[in-house]
Design a protein around this ligand. Structure first.
Ligand code: ZN
Length: 368
């Protein structure tokens, strides 16, 4: 088996305005010393650096990719959105949508980010690689066809899947989004479709504030093909694994040709934007489990597309754990915070409460 890793240094050069969390600066919000967006290159660059230091790159097929083509982008984004984005990018940068700033050349970098996901999906869908990881930046899952949001400028996974559909490699796909924020963009794009099952596990009303409800199950022929599990703050390792188990029967019943994971790490304990308690081992175990499902359902065709995750220290260890589980590499990166985060897990009573809540939501999904 071969696991691909798609990345490009240029995606680390994406820059944006100065934000404090998601607050634009001004008034009483002092500019940050580091001068920037929480969606900084450092989480990604340190992940990539850790891979180099441990040597796991030796067990992966390391690749870059071309920018997604205009035709590929237009399958998801209208020409007027792309034209406006490109014009502003050429003029030196700015901001489109909400919380989605970029500097000069941001358009090309966003198209490259989408291109990395697209190439990863294509290589796996055609059987050239067993599975793959796309270190796409900027992320994609908040971006709607005409509305950039939450650091996301192009809908990377949707663009990738549409290419695989158009090229005839797949007919049905699952998007499993375990970024801690709701995958509103992916949901919107496929909301009335029955060939893509979209699933989002997220912290309830974190971002966006008004989306990601349990009752939002899709529309028209897409009815029943959208699943949201809005989780309360504080869900830890066991709760996350339980939430994943709750949605797996839906994936199995759907019988996808490929599973794409919107792989964010902002559900991790130290993340500054969210309030969950997952650990690097949580991401390792979730990856093992979804890989098992992919192997049983669709010949192991599984693609991870990098989304959020804002702890510069911890994202690299979470990402490394995912790569170990994807590739069966024996090269490991021991989590230096494992013991601290083990102690911080919710106690048994709270975990039991979280599981009960998840079970209740799973029952509601069965009946809707
Ligand atoms: Zn996120």
């Amino acid at each position: 088996m071969t696991t691909g890793f798609f990345w490009d240094e240029r995606t680390f050069w994406h820059a944006g305005g100065n934000y404090a969390f998601t607050l634009p600066l001004g008034g009483l919000v002092q500019p940050l010393a580091a001068g920037g967006l929480p969606e900084s290159p450092e989480t990604k660059r340190r992940f990539r650096n850790l891979m180099e230091v441990t040597g796991i790159t030796r067990d992966l097929d390391m690749r870059s990719a071309d920018m997604a083509s205009r035709t590929e982008l237009e399958r998801v984004h209208p020409a007027r959105y792309l034209d406006a984005f490109k014009a502003l990018s050429d003029q030196g940068g700015g901001e489109i949508g909400h919380h989605a700033p970029f500097a000069q050349g941001g358009y090309e970098i966003a198209a490259l980010s989408a291109g990395l996901s697209t190439a990863a999906v294509r290589a796996v869908a055609t059987g050239e690689l067993t599975n793959a990881y796309a270190l796409s930046r900027p992320p994609g899952h908040h971006c709607e066809p005409e509305d950039a949001k939450g650091f996301c400028l192009m809908a990377n996974i949707a663009i990738a899947l549409e290419a695989a559909f158009a090229e005839g490699h797949i007919k049905r796909a699952v998007v499993l989004d375990w970024d801690v924020h709701h995958g509103n963009g992916t949901e919107r794009i496929f909301y009335d479709r029955d060939d893509v099952l979209t699933i989002s596990l997220h912290q309830e009303t974190n971002y966006p504030l008004d989306t990601g409800h349990l009752a939002d199950r899709g529309a028209g022929k897409g009815k029943g093909y959208n699943i949201n599990l809005p989780l309360p703050p504080g869900v830890g390792h066991e709760g996350y694994l339980h939430a994943l188990e709750a949605v797996i029967p839906h994936i199995e019943a759907f019988k996808p040709d490929l599973i794409a994971v919107a792989c964010g790490y902002d559900a991790a304990c130290p993340d500054p934007l969210c309030s969950m308690l997952a650990t690097a081992d949580t991401f390792r175990q979730m990856t093992r489990r979804i890989r098992e499902v992919a192997e049983a359902q669709c010949g192991g065709k599984l693609v991870m597309s990098h989304e959020g995750g804002y702890s510069e220290i911890y994202v690299p260890f979470c990402g490394h754990a995912v790569l170990e589980a994807l590739s069966d590499s024996k090269i490991t990166a021991e989590d230096p915070l494992a013991e601290v985060f083990r102690i911080r897990q919710p106690n048994d009573r709270v975990t039991a409460f979280h599981k009960e809540l998840i079970d209740e939501m799973a029952q509601t999904l069965e009946s809707t």
